[in-house]
Design a protein around this ligand. Structure first.
Ligand code: ANZ
Length: 991
């Protein structure tokens, strides 16, 4: 018998498949379609490492599986080849990026071909091919036409090392995702895509389009989009020095004529998600970049101090500003703002914890209920006013559950915390008539002083006379419960008073009080368990003093007519009030920004725009697309905010498409994300030369193949490529080019493969494994099986060469079995083996569907071990197994399949490729476990018989026996001394 020789087999079948054009996509209208897509690679100079193919193997397994199920499958591959590495390489070596990319693609392609993937290479694409980027430019033009691509002068992220601007999505912890350099803010003219116009749809379609994506990826998109519902509020600006300089207040006649002078009131507009906290606003803050500072310059009495602060802030990155532990800011003197709800005059600050580009670039600060404002107020000694108080409602797990449909009796009450400093214990009360443990509490009579009321309650309930006041915290709580003694629903607003016991002198407590409850002293650690009241935990935390803002919803207090209202209701009513009085409105805000789309580098798609002094900014006429990248002599970025293209005068200077006068091409290029935002559509037509976006109505092909049924790639793209592509797709849907709202129905992320040492595979650690070497030594099938077997697909796992050896042994076994004479064309009756074959069909099918390739393979290993033990195996069973194995080890499966032509009477069947077969179906009857009858005895007498699965465990058998109705009645109330299990026969219970 020949030895398993993968190198020979694999080369042979790859050649044969290509000859037979087995994997060319067929447009067979009678067949269902399946579109399997990989995130296409960036062809770097170093070639693939073993981590890259993991996802590609998975989509290949899936594509073959779908092919065997009779689908017409589209499984393409291409190259995402614009971007910095090729350009940096060009700068270092003088090699044209185009040539470097061509070379790299050739290496990548050769490497991929060794795996025997089912790619239809007729559909290969390359984003740097002018035939391809013509369409990337076409999409840009459409966006421009619809007003969704615009020029902006807002400050942008600038990477000083890559010498280009970056989108927010290109940052990682405030650093350039590519080179790790800290990004700075720079004001530069940029092209920006209005992605925020699509924010709502990008968010809602995650749910409404029923995307089958992993929840954590969806969650990342949700967070990135970051929708907040709130309100904008106008705070009137009051200028203090007008009084001293009354002239400036009196408008001159010219001003009065000017219709803009109708309303001399000026407002500061803030954005808040918590309008319910507005009575607790003690100051307002504007971002250093907020235009209002310049507008009010002449009124600001400490302008030079403010200016200095702004200058300092401009050197910080947004992330630094957001994460800064130590808050800083400067009061803007000479100006006050007025809270529209209570007309309180408040100071205004400039502080860099407020970001210019979020909301309105200004906030109302509520230190009692916002963490950042709290820190700021602590530092600058600003007042903190609690206006939202925690609310606790006794629910079903409480003995004091509130009674539904019964009115609440509202009460102001006090909770008294008395500490005995001698032994650090606290005075508690345990009620005798009901189970209720807590501190001393009591109602506050109208007009009664809080501390006096507290003292009175302690005296009445416990007799302690001499208390020293420690503190009265600002925060109060609302507790809603059923008062079991007073028999009514109570809504108590509890305020707290903390005392230390001066001495233990006590008055005798009245008999009535003493009969109701008992006094106990507890240490702080004991209290959480001791307290029966629902707010107990909160109180214990409060004992340490309030150290942070209370940021949850609750009940409003000190809030005028909105007092005792729940936060959510208050938000609604307050927003209505604002709208009615023209002082604000409902507002939805997004964290996601518009997409900064231009780069000041060479190796990207030219932005198809021509600037004309007379006609402004014009799109390049569609007939002139593509705007090709001209060769340049020097690729080095200028650093001035212009790309190297600016130096190619003959390319830059063109005629204005509108007036024919002097025009200049846009010299910024597109970001690397542009080409990948629509590439899945490019594969749909055979060859990029045939491609075109139908301007009128989408073509049949688009309709047939879209959406992508399965997409596999890196999780790091969750809020980058996956978001950009969804945005472009929705835009293309809106202009009638595609017929689906979403591009990718199912997305699964691939877990990384780390080096054998557990570290990320990198040249730096010397732990990179090259797939060529692995395939050279073990064969492509072994590598494919290993990568699918190494662990759960989406988990990061360290490479293990030993593991590849294991996979190779498994395939050798498969090969050896197949070459045994015992594989017989005649049916060999073997119920057990047949059942195992069918169980394997079921498991492998379900596991592939769910991307549990590792367990699919281990089930096949079980089957192969069972085959090994048999003298004779039916050809039908081995064939079914081979089909299951074929997506994973296609070359080996095909080789064995073809060898069966000799063994089979129906030779024709085995002469065709195994991939033209049908995926096997399992027989439900055959996978049912065999059943046996177990006898159950009690004290040696047969009392029942039960049917159980033949491979039942001892534990399970005993459990079933004891649960039998007949047995239960016999043993009720009796002590079971022993239960004995005789495997496959009986259970004997001794009582
Ligand atoms: C007052 C307030 C009181 C706030 C309170 C919160 C809690 P999200 O949910 O992330 O959208 N904010 C508004 N604009 C800001 C800006 N440009 N820079 C920094 N912070 C800004 O956050 C909305 C909240 O963030 C807003 O609600 C505002 O603070 C702050 F108890 O207003 B809030």
């Amino acid at each position: 018998m020949d030895k398993y020789n993968p190198q020979k087999i694999e080369a042979k079948w790859q050649k044969q498949w290509a000859k037979d054009r087995l994997y060319e996509t067929t447009e067979n209208p009678g067949k269902k379609k399946f579109y399997a897509l990989d995130m296409f690679p960036y062809p770097s100079g170093v070639g693939l490492h073993v981590g890259h193919p993991k996802g590609y193997i998975a989509t290949d397994v899936f594509s073959r599986y779908k092919m065997l199920q009779g689908y017409s499958v589209l499984h393409p591959m291409g190259w995402d080849a614009f971007g910095l590495p090729a350009e940096n390489y060009a700068i270092q070596t003088g090699t044209q990026p185009r040539l470097a990319v061509e070379k790299n693609i050739a290496v990548f392609k050769k490497q991929l071909e060794m795996f025997g993937f089912t790619y239809d290479w007729n559909r290969e694409i390359n984003t740097t091919d002018p035939k391809y980027y013509k369409w990337t430019q076409w999409i840009f033009l459409k966006l421009f036409e619809k007003g969704l691509a615009y020029e902006s002068d807002e400050p942008v992220n600038w990477c000083p090392s890559c010498k280009t601007v970056l989108a927010n999505e290109d940052l990682e912890d405030g650093k350039c995702e590519r080179c790790g350099t800290l990004v700075v803010q720079r004001k530069l003219r940029q092209w920006v895509l209005k992605m925020t116009d699509y924010a709502d749809r990008l968010l809602y379609d995650l749910d409404t389009e029923k995307l089958d994506w992993e929840e954590f990826i969806i969650e990342q998109q949700r967070n990135w989009i970051g929708r907040s519902e709130g309100a904008t509020i106008k705070f009137e600006i009051k200028i203090l020095n007008l009084m001293e300089n009354p002239k400036s207040q009196i408008p001159n006649p010219k001003q009065i004529q000017n219709s803009n002078y109708q309303n001399p009131k000026q407002f500061l507009e803030v954005f808040t998600t918590r309008v319910d906290t507005i009575f607790g606003c003690t100051y307002c803050v504007v971002a250093p970049e907020n235009k209002i500072i310049l507008e009010l310059k002449s009124k600001i009495t400490n302008y030079s101090e403010v200016e200095k602060y702004i200058e300092k802030a401009s050197n910080k990155t947004e992330l630094e500003r957001m994460e800064m532990k130590e808050k800083s800011g400067v009061e803007i003197k000479g100006i006050k703002v007025i809270n529209p709800f209570n007309n309180e005059e408040l100071p205004l600050f400039v502080a860099d914890y407020v970001l210019a580009q979020y909301g309105t670039g200004a906030v109302m600060a509520v230190p009692a209920h916002d963490e950042r404002d709290w820190e700021f107020a602590q530092k600058y000694k600003l007042p903190i006013k609690n206006v939202v108080e925690p609310k606790f409602v006794a629910g079903p797990d409480s003995e004091s559950e509130v009674k539904k449909n019964e009115e609440f009796v509202k009460r102001n009450a006090v909770v008294v915390v008395v500490r005995n400093p001698k032994n650090d214990t606290y005075l508690c009360i345990s009620w005798k008539t009901v189970h209720m443990n807590g501190f001393v509490t009591g109602g506050i009579e109208d007009g009664e002083d809080l501390v006096e009321a507290a003292k009175r309650e302690v005296l009445e309930e416990t007799g302690y006379k001499n208390l020293k006041l420690v503190r009265v915290p600002e925060i109060a709580i609302h507790s809603l419960f059923y008062h079991r003694i007073k028999k009514q629903n109570r809504w108590a607003r509890f305020q707290y008073v903390f005392f230390d016991l001066e001495n233990e002198e006590q008055k005798t407590v009245s008999e009535k009080e003493a009969s109701l409850h008992e006094v106990v002293w507890k240490r702080k650690e004991e209290m959480k368990d001791f307290f029966s009241v629902i707010e107990g935990k909160f109180i214990v935390e409060l004992m340490g003093g309030q150290t942070k803002a209370y940021t949850d919803d609750g009940v409003l207090y000190n809030s005028g007519e909105f007092g005792w209202m729940d936060s959510d209701q208050a938000r609604e009513e307050m927003t209505n009030w604002l709208e009615k009085n023209n002082l604000g409105s409902k507002k939805v805000n997004y964290k996601m920004r518009d997409w900064v789309f231009s780069r000041q580098r060479y190796w990207g798609e030219p932005i198809p725009i021509i600037h004309c002094e007379k006609c402004g900014t014009n799109g390049v006429p569609e007939k002139d697309l593509p705007v090709e990248l001209p060769p340049v002599e020097n690729y080095t970025p200028t650093g001035t905010g212009e790309s190297p293209l600016a130096n190619v005068k003959e390319w830059v200077n063109v005629k204005c498409p509108k007036c024919g006068g002097k025009g200049k091409r846009e010299t910024n290029t597109m970001p690397q994300w542009a080409g990948s935002s629509w590439y899945y559509l490019a594969y749909i037509m055979r060859g990029i030369s045939n491609f075109q976006f139908p301007i009128s109505k989408y073509k049949e092909e688009f309709k047939k193949w879209m959406p992508v049924d399965l997409y596999v790639g890196g999780a790091e793209h969750a809020a980058r490529h996956l978001l950009y592509a969804r945005f472009w797709h929705k835009f293309l849907f809106d202009i009638g080019v595609v017929s689906t709202k979403e591009p990718f129905t199912r997305f699964i992320h691939v877990g990384l493969i780390n080096g054998e040492d557990g570290r990320k595979m990198s040249k730096r650690w010397g732990n990179v494994i090259n797939p060529d070497d692995v395939i050279g030594e073990f064969g492509a099938d072994s590598m494919r099986v290993y990568e699918m077997f190494m662990g759960p697909f989406s988990q990061s796992i360290a490479w293990s060469t030993k593991g590849v050896v294991g996979s190779r042994r498994f395939l050798e076994k498969v090969y050896k079995n197949a070459n045994k004479r015992q594989i017989s064309g005649e049916y060999v009756a073997n119920k057990k083996l047949e059942s195992l074959v069918h169980k394997t069909i079921k498991k492998v099918t379900e596991d592939i569907e769910n991307f549990r390739f590792n367990t699919a393979i281990s089930q096949m290993m079980i089957l192969v071990n069972a085959f090994e033990k048999e003298e004779k195996i039916s050809l039908i069973h081995y064939s079914q197994f081979l089909i299951l194995l074929s997506p994973f080890a296609p070359h080996l499966a095909e080789e064995i399949w073809s060898s069966f032509a000799k063994a089979s009477a129906d030779k024709q069947e085995y002469k065709k490729s195994i991939f033209l077969e049908s995926w096997p179906k399992y027989d439900e009857k055959l996978i049912q476990d065999e059943e046996i009858e177990l006898i159950i005895q009690i004290n040696g007498k047969v009392r029942d018989k039960i049917k159980v699965s033949a491979d039942i465990s001892e534990e399970e058998a005993k459990k079933l026996a004891l649960e039998s109705e007949k047995i239960k009645t016999q043993i009720a109330g009796k002590e079971i001394k022993k239960v004995i299990y005789v495997k496959g026969k009986l259970i004997s219970i001794v009582i």
